[in-house]
Design a protein around this ligand. Structure first.
Ligand SMILES: Cc1ncc(COP(=O)(O)O)c(C=O)c1O
Length: 434
């Protein structure tokens, strides 16, 4: 039955005479060709050993993991899980409004303390939060959207638009442009939506400047720090590196207050768990408990995820700063190698997200194959995931990567640079996409 239905769907549409699926595939042809034919996309990973992964017969060093602190492989965290499963089973299937295991209270209270905010609310993923919270906060007002915000923020803004909000885009990393747009718009409810640490460039925005502009115009700033939470945090004289201490995210890192700032982030990157949060005043939290559909209707995170968040807090308290020091050390080694090779990367932050654009976007398949052959697994950033000028690959470093793995990465990037595949850091570029 299913087979008959899908073949019927793939045949001609009465109006165009073509297959309806081609309409969708045409817009993502480059990406679909890579997905269908490239070993480094849509791969089946059959086994892992530390940060080494096996795809078919190939063992590769994994530089595509967002598990920055290595909590996914941490024995203390892994061994904490069975006791939680014994106490709660694998999965309480209540929606949160119906009832939440006390583990949620424990997570929210520890998180609130870590962030130093008024209150916090956890939901399964950041995607759930954007899709449900942005429309509530925007109401029928205006959203000012960072032009290079993450796709999931864009999607949340689309939902808000369908409910009557207007959406205006401001240029990436340009608080003066945001200022201009806010000055020209006097809508009652105004929400500014942007990324914290950018998932491609690895750089944080100038949060102080954006917060100042937003507050001066009486708007609310909504920041997604998916990649910063767990990595960057409050500054202190005893911090192990420029990431700061405690990994308590971008607002604390910039020494800002939470006044007129709503912070969103998740545990699925640095904490290796499936849960996300919104840091907000209690009044907003209580509103979301009755107005955000994931709180009312969605299935909860599995108990193992709640457990790994709680034990992740313990490990973060005990060893987090040390682990951040390891991540920073790996990152600096790679950045120094790029500098010596005169290879361009937008990374100015020394955070462990290093995007390496190609000289010719059409070489993405060949470059990916060489990386794969040399045993280096990265995220391929193909068009239309990124603009053509930014096509390349993204390297992420985690505390679980070894020095030897980083050696392999540097040797392979050196080979690519010598073959002329990468952009020069000093020669003029066409690219800097805003
Ligand atoms: C900036 C940013 N926001 C949101 C997400 C999605 O997070 P989640 O998996 O919790 O929905 C990602 C994941 O890549 C991200 O990089």
């Amino acid at each position: 039955m299913i087979r008959r239905m899908s073949s019927a769907l793939l045949t001609t549409s009465p109006r165009s005479g073509g297959r309806w699926i081609d309409h969708w595939l045409d817009g993502v042809r480059d990406l679909e060709n890579l997905r269908a034919g490239h070993p480094m996309m849509d791969a089946v990973i059959e086994e892992i050993d530390g940060r080494m992964i096996r795809v078919g017969e190939h063992w590769l060093a994994d530089f595509a993991s967002c598990n920055y602190l290595g909590f996914d492989l941490d024995r203390e965290i892994i061994e904490s899980v069975p006791a939680y499963l014994d106490a709660w089973g694998t999965h309480p299937s209540w929606s949160r409004l119906l009832g939440s295991p006390v583990l949620y209270e424990q997570i929210e209270s520890r998180l609130t303390e870590l962030l130093g905010c008024e209150d916090s609310l956890v939901l399964p993923t950041i995607t759930h939060i954007h899709a449900s919270v942005i429309p509530v906060l925007a109401a029928s007002g205006t959203i000012f959207l960072d032009a290079r915000a993450h796709k999931t923020i864009y999607d949340g803004c689309q939902v808000a638009r369908s409910r009557g909000a207007a959406v205006r885009r401001f240029r990436f990393e340009d608080p003066a442009h945001l200022d201009e747009l806010l000055a020209a718009d006097h809508d009652r409810v105004r929400l500014v939506c942007m990324d914290g640490v950018n998932s491609m460039t690895g750089n944080p925005p100038d949060l102080r400047a954006f917060a100042e502009v937003t507050r001066r115009h009486g708007a609310l700033l909504y920041v997604d720090d998916a990649h910063g939470f767990g990595l960057i945090g409050e500054r202190s004289p005893s911090e192990p590196c420029a990431y700061g201490s405690r990994g308590n995210s971008i607002v604390r890192h910039f020494g800002e207050s939470y006044e007129d700032i709503v912070l969103v982030a998740g545990f699925s990157k640095a904490y290796s768990s499936l849960l996300a949060f919104i840091a907000c005043p209690t009044e907003i939290k209580n509103l979301l408990k009755v107005a955000a559909p994931p709180y009312l209707y969605s299935g909860p995170s599995p108990v193992a995820s709640l457990a790994t968040v709680l034990s992740g807090f313990d490990v973060n308290d005990k060893r987090g700063d040390e682990l951040r020091g390891v991540v920073h050390g790996h990152t600096v080694r790679v950045l120094e190698a790029l500098k010596t090779l005169d290879v361009h990367t937008p990374n100015r932050s020394e955070l462990p997200i290093i995007e390496i654009p190609l000289r010719d976007h059409e070489r993405i398949g060949a470059v990916g194959e060489l990386l794969f052959e040399r045993g280096v697994y990265v995220t391929l950033a193909a068009y239309p995931l990124v603009p053509k000028a930014a096509v390349g690959f993204r390297v992420q470093l985690t505390a679980a990567n070894t020095d030897t793995e980083v050696d392999t990465l540097i040797a392979t990037v050196t080979e690519l640079a010598e073959q002329g595949e990468l952009q020069s850091a000093t020669a003029p570029r066409t690219a800097e996409v805003k």
